[in-house]
Design a protein around this ligand. Structure first.
Ligand code: PMP
Ligand code: GLN
Length: 386
């Protein structure tokens, strides 16, 4: 096989995701896993039963339609209307995907040419970097800097070049918890329109906003026609293993994304689509409780981390808290996270892996608080030993 590396150059250095590495470390050491973002309690029983019923009733056990089952596409459009007043045609403007992850991959593979530039909020979710690379495009970071983690719109303007094809936005933002303000969204939208850029917006934490309200970028003037909006059931309904996501956008954008999607997975898990259609139609009380529960958990963990000596950046959204380890006399988040399990039986994620400008994130560590209160309390007690 010669000396040529097996893994192609585009994926060089992307061997294993930080989430896989840290979850394996948690299992191997029996640690509390506040690393990878998944809840330790499943979503609503009635939704799990809906999935089981669909399997037993033979709904979705054979290939569902490529764009997704009509029931779920309708439920997605009802959801966009109910929460944001956005109307979409369920037949032409919705695509069901294998989680948001596939939606991101399909959108980037469909919309980018090699050599295009993508401006993304840094720190960025790991699959953005990998998918931009697989598309042969280049990522250009707009760095959110501690302590505020706000986007600098003047800087954004300077990053736009004739090669810029799209903006990749994520609000609420993983890992910082930043929720873009109406002014920030307006500024981004104006630049997108002025430079005729496409926008992909990842809004998987749309129902985990603690201050203000989630505002979809597609709702801003001039944005509907240029925005691919992405969300998924994983975070909102606490079934991250089901991998049901969706895309909304104009018929042209959705057709482009569908073209790539059909050769990635063709279709996504059938029976779960029926259950997610029911989930999207849950009453407001479900969504209110989800948010209130996570707000309580956020505060529980934030206070514990502060008491343990970390600098805590309290997030406005998502179920992650970013901290700085400098007050503990530490500087290297990656090294800190690799040793943390043996030091005190807790696993966390080093934010530095989400940065190109590694200096900006070297001492940051992310903690997931989508865990039972007693688990968070135990984690805090262990961290107190540091
Ligand atoms: N985008 C962001 C910002 C995420 O944090 C995640 C992880 N849930 C995803 C996308 C992937 O979502 P899914 O599990 O639906 O593929
Ligand atoms: N989105 C989750 C996180 O940020 C992880 C998902 C994954 O492992 N790819 O922790």
């Amino acid at each position: 096989m010669g000396t040529r590396p097996l893994l192609n150059r585009r994926l060089e250095g992307m061997g294993s995701t930080i989430f896989a590495e840290m979850s394996a470390l948690a299992v191997a050491t029996g640690s509390i896993n506040l690393g990878q973002g998944f809840p330790d309690t499943d979503g609503p029983r009635e939704i799990a039963e809906a999935a089981a019923r669909a399997v037993l009733d033979g709904r979705g056990n054979q290939y569902p339609p490529g764009p997704g089952i009509p029931e779920l596409r309708a439920a997605v459009t009802e959801h966009q209307q109910r929460w944001y007043g956005l109307s979409y045609d369920p037949d032409r403007e919705v695509l069901i995907t294998a989680g948001a992850t596939e939606a991101i991959a399909a959108a980037l593979l469909a919309l980018l040419e090699p050599g295009d530039e993508v401006i993304a909020l840094e720190p960025f979710y790991d699959s953005y970097a990998a998918c931009i690379a697989m598309a042969g495009a280049a990522r250009v970071p707009l760095t959110l800097r501690a302590p505020g983690f706000r986007p600098d719109l003047d800087e954004l303007r300077t990053l736009i070049t004739p090669r810029t094809r799209l903006l990749l936005i994520n609000t609420p933002h993983n890992p910082t918890g930043t929720v873009l303000t109406p002014d920030e969204l307006r500024g981004i939208a104006e630049l997108a329109c002025e430079h005729d850029l496409l926008v992909i917006t990842d809004e998987v934490y749309e129902h985990l906003v603690f201050a203000g309200a989630h505002r979809p970028l597609a709702a801003l003037p001039g944005m509907r026609e240029r925005t691919v909006s992405i969300s998924s059931a994983g975070k909102t309904f606490s079934f991250t293993g089901w991998k049901v996501g969706w895309v909304t956008g104009t018929p042209e954008l959705v057709a482009a994304v569908r073209t790539a999607k059909q050769y990635l997975t063709f279709v996504s898990a059938g029976p779960f689509q029926y259950a997610v259609a029911d989930a999207l139609r849950l009453p407001d009380g479900y969504f209110d409780t989800l948010r209130a529960d996570h707000l309580r958990k956020r505060d529980l963990l934030a206070e514990g981390l502060a008491a343990a000596g970390f600098d805590v950046y309290r997030p406005d959204g998502t179920y992650f808290i970013t901290t700085d380890i400098t007050p503990l006399g530490e500087t290297d988040g990656l090294e800190f996270c690799r040793k943390l399990p043996e030091r005190c039986g807790v696993v966390a994620i080093p934010n530095v892996v989400f940065y190109d400008n590694t200096e900006a994130g070297r001492s940051q560590v992310r903690w997931a608080f989508c865990k039972r209160d007693d688990v968070l309390a135990e984690a805090v007690a262990r961290l107190g030993r540091l």
